[in-house]
Design a binder for this molecule. Structure first.
Ligand code: PGA
Length: 249
């Protein structure tokens, strides 16, 4: 039985004061949550206040990205060890916005995943096709490439510690959600890839989240699909009440 995960990605939103106010509102609404893991990914500057705010609650804090090297002359970057030190338990890797706007590659994503695993926290690897790729019949090819590039050379035990997020780029921030069936179909394909690269048992244990315009009013339908193990939520995670109602699907 795979334990569901509901993760929120704030992207480049919220100051420290806003983060404190958010968790004051969110914590009472999810305090008794036992049915899923809850993860929130604030921007770097709000990590410390967020970690402080969720102490003793079921919420864990993630970073939105990291560098693959342990340290070095990489101006503007943050390492896995720094994030662990800041209290992060997870990190989003290769979000489509990183791929689209910041030149993230599968190779670098792979390096980051290995570094995150070595530092002892959970990488959430994002994969997903562009609209033109879907319409051009290339969805499976893109997902297979991003998946195999991202998890290249992981051991089975390492693979079992990652979370995968299927986020069709055309559904992110557009209000255009994949139907639960479309998402489930992509998830099935990704699980087959996992079975082929690792073992059917490892694949069966892999948690695959759906992301792309997840809202309080569509989460139930998505979670009704056995293939969908949770959600990576952008816009709707910025509002504590909306995110809580997604958590409490
Ligand atoms: P969205 O973003 O929920 O605003 O579509 C999802 C994401 O980017 O993870």
């Amino acid at each position: 039985m795979r334990r569901p995960v509901i993760a929120g990605n704030w992207k480049m939103y919220k100051t420290q004061a806003e983060a404190r106010a958010y968790f004051s509102a969110l914590v009472p609404l999810v305090r008794s949550c036992v049915h899923c893991d809850i993860i929130v990914a604030p921007p770097f500057t709000a990590l410390a206040v967020s970690v402080e705010a969720v102490k003793g609650t079921p919420i864990s804090i993630a970073a939105q990205d990291m560098h693959g090297e342990p340290e070095g002359a990489f101006t503007g970057e943050v390492s896995a060890a720094m994030l662990v030190d800041a209290g992060c338990r997870a990190v989003i890797i290769a979000h489509s916005e990183r791929r689209q706007f910041f030149g993230e590659t599968d190779e670098r994503a792979n390096k980051k995943i290995k570094a995150a695993l070595a530092a002892g926290f959970t990488p959430i690897l994002c994969v997903g096709e562009l609209l033109a790729e879907r319409e051009g019949g290339k969805m499976e090819e893109v997902l297979a490439r991003q998946f195999s590039g991202g998890v290249a050379a992981l051991t089975g035990a390492e693979f079992s510690r990652i979370i995968l997020a299927y986020e069709p780029v055309w559904a992110i921030g557009t209000g255009r959600t994949a139907t639960p069936e479309m998402a489930a179909e992509a998830h099935r394909f990704l699980r087959q890839q996992a079975a082929a690269s690792f073992t059917p048992e490892r694949a069966a244990g892999l948690r695959i989240l759906y992301g792309g315009s997840v809202k309080p009013d569509n989460i139930k339908g998505l979670m009704a699909q056995v293939e969908i193990d949770g959600a990576l939520v952008g816009g709707a995670s910025l509002n504590a009440e909306a995110f809580a109602s997604i958590v409490n699907f």
